[in-house]
Each structure stands twice: as C-alpha cells, then as structure tokens.
Write a protein that binds this ligand. Sequence first.
Ligand SMILES: Cc1ncc(COP(=O)(O)O)c(C=O)c1O
Length: 400
Amino acid sequence: MKRRDRASDIGPVPAARIETAAESFLPMTRPSIDEETIAGVAEVLRSGWITSGPQLQAFEARLSEYVGGRPVRAFNSGTCTMEIALRIAGIGPGDEVVTTPLSWVATSNVILAVGARPIFVDIDPVTRNIDLDRIEPAITPATRALLPVDLAGLPVDRDRLHQIARRHGLRVIEDAAQALGSTWRGRRIGSFGDFVSFSFHPAKNLTTIEGGCLVLNDAREAGLAERYRLQGVVRTGFDGMEVEIAGGKFNLTDVAARVGLGQLERLAGFNARRRELASAYFRAFEDRGARELGLALPVADFAGTNWHMFQVVLPEERLRVPRAEVMRLLHDAGIGTGVHYPAIHLFALYRRLGWRPGDFPQAEYVGRNILTLPLFPAMRDADVPRVAEALVGILRAHLR
Ligand SMILES: Cc1ncc(COP(=O)(O)O)c(C=O)c1O
C-alpha cells in the first residue's frame, strides 16, 4: 500500500481500510480539502467553464477583502507573481534587488529572470529572515528594490523595512509566499506596504494546488498585472484586441480558484490549529530539555506568525551525524521532515555567478542545519510529543 506521505496526497481514508505501519506515517505537511470544496470543484468541472472565469473573479474579490480592499490579482504560481511585480516596477538589466540567501530559490531566480542582479545580505540567525541591519550597507546607486521573505510565516519587521525603502526611494516586493494570515503589529500582511506576493502551493496555509496572488497598489498596476498574466492582451468590445507588452501565460484556472475559495473560508481555523500545534511543540521540546541539547527552536511569536512551518536548527557542533542521517532516522520512525532551505548562493548556478562559501555564514549555517518538522491542520495532538520524543532521542544518541 502506498505511503500517504506526499503533500499532494489528499482525501479521506476509506473506513474499511486497515491501518498498516506505512499508513501511520506522519508527513511533514498535507493539505486539508473539505468535501464541500471537492463538490464545488465537481460543479465547476461540470459547468462548461473551467479556465479563468467567474470563480477566479470571486476568488480575487475575496482575497482583496482579506487584505483590506487593496487590488489583488491571482496567478498560477507564487513565482510569476514576483516576476510580474518586478516587471511592473520596471526592474531589469543593470538593476540590483536586495534579498535573502535563505529562501526557496524562486525568490532570487525571479530577479535573474528579469535580467537584474540579486544582492544577497546575510540573515539574522534568530529570526532566520534577512538581517535588516545589513541592508543599507548593501545599497548602491543601482539598487531598485528590496525583496524580503517571511520564512515560515514569521514577518520581517515591516516598520524598519519600509523606512529603509522610503529613505532610499526603493520599491518593495514582499515575498510573503508563506505568510498568508500573518500580521505585523496587528495588521494583516498584504493589507499595507507596496507589492505583496503570496503562494498557494499545496504546502502553504491556503492552497489552490498551484497558484499565488499579488497585492498591488492601484488600478493601473492591476491592469498591467492582468496583461503580464495573459500574453499582454487587452480586449475592447466583442472583436477588439490589442497587444502592447509581451505578457506570458500565468492565469489561474476556475477549478483552482474554486479550491482557493473553499480554503479561504477555513483559513482562520487552519491558522488557529497551526498555532495550537506550534505551542504544543514548544512545550514538548522544553519538557524534554531540547534547548539544553543545543536544539534551536523558532521565535515563539504567537501574535504575528501564521505558523506555516515549525523549523528547528540542529546543533552541528555537537552532532556526530549529518542532518540527512537525522532525517533518515526520523523517516524510519514514521516521521516526514523537510529542508527549507539550503542557502541559495551555494547552488551551482549562483556559484557560477560569483558567490562563494563563506559569503553569508549565518545563512550557510542555518541552511545546513535547519529541519522542518510536521505541522499541518489535520495533525493530531498526539503527533507532536511523538515527533519531539523521536528527535530528542536521536539527538541524545548522537551528541558528542
Ligand atoms: C518563500 C517562497 N517564495 C516563493 C515561492 C514560490 O511559490 P510557488 O511555488 O507558488 O511558485 C515559495 C513557495 O514555494 C516560497 O516558499
């Protein structure tokens, strides 16, 4: 029988199925798609209109309400959202964009995609987000934008971020791919600022299977986003069509939008459950003396974080085995884990562009040792101590 350990593996287990050891495997994440959403998708499929249409419009309207009425356009990924934001901002060859080396590689690939140069600055090892103190020394006359990431949903300090941007006349593209439902000083991420990009990948707090959305500033930018989304086409009347910019094919289907509508209804509940589980992780690790073993826990931010992930950093100096071995041992104990992320500048592509080991020591250390533990709304309370017990047991067995 197949292991239910993939993010895309959804749906209820038939009652008659007998649970085997493999069936009890705890994945790192798993989306929660309810029956009403599945029925809604079936309706869309039967409706005769399955690509971008009324469901997309409804989804965008709901997303816009969610971020306090700002214009929102949805796309088929949280990668193209950022590329389109960069294009709308007019960023291209010769321009520099300041970003973090500790993210999904999409964050900096989009900078390369528009012909600009990423300028990495190291992270704060506590928040694991870009170190705001290091941004200003990295700004040059070619700098055009800041592209920070809210890793695991923990928000970057928006007051300081936007102050720096204003001081230097820079655009901001917030890579809030992981931060839907997070807040900064009580304000929802996306409800203020400049461009804000979210992802709806299956691992995210809200999924459309694949997808994303971009929060924009005004109707002009929203119109441009629509053109970049679909071949640059502007339709006027029944047979009028014009194309002035080379857009792409980044539209979200109505099937995906219907999934998103069902998810958005439940987002507050999902995030509340994630918070509960995260809080249980802190108790479980503290009860077992994990900090004394050198395990670094995330920032315990229960006001602002949407707890997209619960990530620990292994104590490299004290561990006799590499992270991969810890992951293998956890896997053998029926627990799925992940790595989010290796430092971007050490990938072959980026080394070819000139970056070297040692350039960003904090990001490199965290990139080598960070480990994402299971956290998703359908997880059971008992799963948390089971994970903590297994990880602490592995640490105790392999510490110097
Ligand atoms: C931090 C970050 N940035 C960008 C992306 C890109 O989003 P997508 O996979 O929807 O293109 C993701 C999601 O995978 C992400 O986690």
